[in-house]
Design a protein around this ligand. Sequence first.
Ligand SMILES: [Ca+2]
Length: 438
Amino acid sequence: MKKYLLLLCVLLVMSWSRFLRAGNLNVVFLLADDLRPDCLGVLGHTVVKTPNIDRLCANGLIFRNAYVLGSNSGAVCTPSRTMIMTGMDYLRHSPTPSTLAQTVKAAGYASIRSGKAGNNPSKLDKVFDVHLDGKTAEGNANNIIGFIQEHAGKQPLFIYMAPHEPHDPQFAPDEYYRMYKPGDIPLPAAFLPYHPFDNGEMTVRDEQTLPWPRTRESVTGKLARYYASITYWDAQCGRVIDALKAAGQFENTVFVVAGDNGLSLGEHGLLGKQNLYEFGGMHVPLIFVGPGIPKGQTQAFAYLHDVYPTLCELAGVAIPDGLDATSLVPVIEGKQAGVHPVMFTAYKNCQRAIRDERWKLIRYPLIDKTQLFDLQNDPHEMNDLAGDPMYLQTVTQMTALLKKAQAEHNDNCPLVVEDPSPAEWTPPSTRRTQPLAR
Ligand SMILES: [Ca+2]
């Protein structure tokens, strides 16, 4: 009898310590707005300065191939952030069983979202215990630091910092603008003055933030502001990290650093996120840091909204049944090389793409055009192989994979239309030099 009582006590202590560990991990989600998948020092960028994120992520796991699934609107931020919060694919249109904020709240977390308002349905923001728009990265950091000081140690914290930066107009105080000289900044690898054909979204808002043709001066000027805004954002992330350290909460916190979508900034003659190039709209930075997370890099494919179940699993919170997103923890723990065999991305009804480890196919149904790139030898997609008879079989295979992915994602966008438009396009004559309003 004594033996059984002892066993019972041991079991109780074990489950209690498990509960404590699970319940005590804070979650800090640092989501930048329009941060490219290469624009952090820790990702190998040679110009932009991000010392705080670099220090944090030096011990983290970098997902090199993370993507937003796609967008049904030019404002890619909105479906992206909605997918993050719901864990659901935007193409399926099914309701979420529970939002990320609802899930952590039910698990006993104190939660704050401080960031750009109106970037996702406000009903998703209202679930957070505190939801604020701090207007700038500094204002948002201030909100979050106050929240840490008030709640740290009393409840586990869920912090979602989602400021406006570095989205145009690429805000930063002057001291940051002074750090970057356009003349010192190299042009993007795939720079072109014009995009060579009509991708279905040539004159959307983002594309009008510089005149045509794109020039060295205009693009490097924009890049200088963009890098300044990133460095400013990084400094504010550093203040939040310091506040966690001061509160004794840094060691038991899981961090995720990510961007809500990519940005072209001169690649292929484009500026915005309304395209499916690798250095375009959907490819994003994604890094996890925290207890039990190994240091290194993975080429495993990830969807940005996989962050939802992944954070739950890392923090010890039960993942709700019925999410479309997939936990990346098997990759993080080294138990699986990947959870998505290929990566499918979509933009409105004018662009679809599929990639595997080597090949990338982009289909433009409205102009009956296909591109094929060998990403191993041409990571910036400068050499379209689709018209080369040598690659006919690869185009056929990748198109079959694209159709299969469409079926899996409940995507009914036709890949062939009856009366395709001409691929040629002429830039408008507007000479807009000032950034448009946000
Ligand atoms: Ca965005």
